[in-house]
Design a protein around this ligand. Structure first.
Ligand code: ADE
Length: 253
């Protein structure tokens, strides 16, 4: 079964692309490059969706129709929303919600009109395997792959893996006030980003198993616009690459 691997930004998949086995080829569809080949022995299509829910949904639909993928993993960074989370922690989604969907009073806030639901569940075995790969990578390889100076700068002393809700919306969240509003509206949510719940909706509609993994690059607060690009540049690719390598290798066993 072919696995689709999707990210919003180049830094999040740069090392994965470099690691594809020789013989991979690129197909250009809808202004996106789909890298078709094998990664650690698995048939994969790796694609940069670009940012936002529409970009993610269009890319997901193409992966399903055009490339016939049987499952999809989204990897990237997110802003931490829940108390007690730290930059460098990993959040693996159990459910995803679109925090900017609001057709009230016609439909309840957050509900996707005419679909009758507001939250989408990720596939349990895929999510568990990703969370396990993330735990193992953090406990073993991370210290070798992310330089100590970077870990110190980012106060990444003992990064953890959390499994819980991720909220997506077409907005970069960068103020303490908005964090408070989102926490109040969606108290279960651990992290906020801009694509996951769109991938989730399309995968739900087509019955394709999927999972979403996010490394926290910022706290979605007033410093988020500074932390996010720096983390992306310095750290993000190590995480995606290292965790997905462990994930793919574990699937051989
Ligand atoms: N991705 C990473 N950080 C984010 C934030 N603060 N808001 C939305 N998406 C993000």
């Amino acid at each position: 079964m072919t696995l689709g691997i999707v990210a919003a930004l180049h830094e999040e998949i740069a090392d994965l692309l470099a690691e594809m086995a020789p013989g991979a080829h690129v197909e250009h569809v809808g202004m996106r490059d789909y890298h078709v080949g094998t990664l650690h022995g698995h048939d994969c299509v790796i694609v940069l969706a670009r940012v936002g829910k529409v970009a993610a949904a269009a890319t997901t639909a193409a992966l399903i129709h055009r490339f016939d993928v049987g499952e999809i993993v989204f990897t990237g960074v997110a802003g931490g929303l829940a108390h007690g989370l730290s930059v460098g922690d990993v959040v693996v989604a159990d459910t995803l919600v679109q925090h900017d969907m609001d057709a009230s009073p016609i439909f309840p806030r957050f509900e996707i009109p005419l679909l009758g639901r507001h939250a989408f569940d990720t596939e349990t075995p895929l999510r568990d395997a990703l969370a396990q790969a993330a735990r193992e990578w953090l406990a073993t390889d991370m210290a070798d792959e992310v330089p100590a100076s970077l870990r110190a700068q980012w106060h990444m002393h003992a990064p953890r893996v959390h499994v819980g809700q991720i909220a997506s919306g077409d907005r970069f969240v960068s103020s303490a006030a908005e964090v408070t509003r989102l926490r109040d509206a969606l108290p279960r949510t651990l992290a906020v980003e801009m694509e996951g719940a769109a991938v989730a909706q399309v995968c739900h509609e087509y019955g394709v198993p999927f999972a979403v993994m996010r490394t926290l690059s910022d706290a979605a607060d007033d410093d988020a616009h500074v932390d996010f690009p720096r983390f992306l540049r310095e750290v993000a690719s190590h995480y995606s690459h290292g965790i997905l390598r462990r994930f793919l290798l574990s699937r051989h066993a």
